[in-house]
Write a protein of this length. Structure first.
Length: 167
């Protein structure tokens, strides 16, 4: 399991694990699955066409030779689990008031809790995805309006999915 201990920046990226219970057969079919009758979507910048968004997702799907493994899914869930455990501990404010020994014990307990939580999250997602094909995507608002919209709009909301914030 991976635990992110990185830095904070103004840009962000998000990873998505998405289960397609029905395999799209074309860009147009994918566009209908993701957006229905919507022609344009916008999050923060100018609107983008749902056709353009579907073309990017389709391209990303075509590049994936295999679905993510159970271990890869669990690793992705580790970042999500870490965020949850971190919030439960009120961030670093609580930890900074502890002795070094208490901090090390807390870190060991947090790591154990993250591992258990990541495994549970992976189990839940795999249960939701049962019978479907899982794809992994990553989009960043650092890559312009199109990718920013793909990251933040909720393009996978109609499908079983998990969003992992890499902020």
């Amino acid at each position: 399991m991976k635990i992110r201990n990185g830095f904070v920046s103004n840009s962000s990226s998000s990873s998505f694990l998405v289960a397609f219970k029905t395999q799209p057969t074309s860009v147009e079919h994918l566009r209908e699955m993701l957006f229905g009758e919507l022609v344009h979507i916008a999050q923060y910048g100018d609107p983008i066409s749902t056709q353009e968004a579907a073309e990017v997702v389709w391209r990303d799907m075509q590049r994936q030779e295999r679905p993510p493994t159970r271990d890869e899914i669990e690793d992705n869930m580790g970042t999500k689990a870490y965020s949850q455990v971190y919030e439960e501990n009120d961030g670093w404010r609580v930890r900074s008031k502890k002795t070094r020994e208490e901090q090390e014990l807390q870190h060991a307990e947090d790591t154990r809790r993250c591992s258990v939580l990541a495994e549970q999250m992976a189990d839940e997602f795999l249960q939701q995805a049962e019978g479907g094909r899982i794809y992994a995507f990553s989009y960043s608002d650092n890559d312009g309006n199109l990718e920013s919209t793909l990251e933040h709009y909720g393009i996978f909301d109609k499908l079983p999915h998990v969003t992992i914030s890499n902020h």
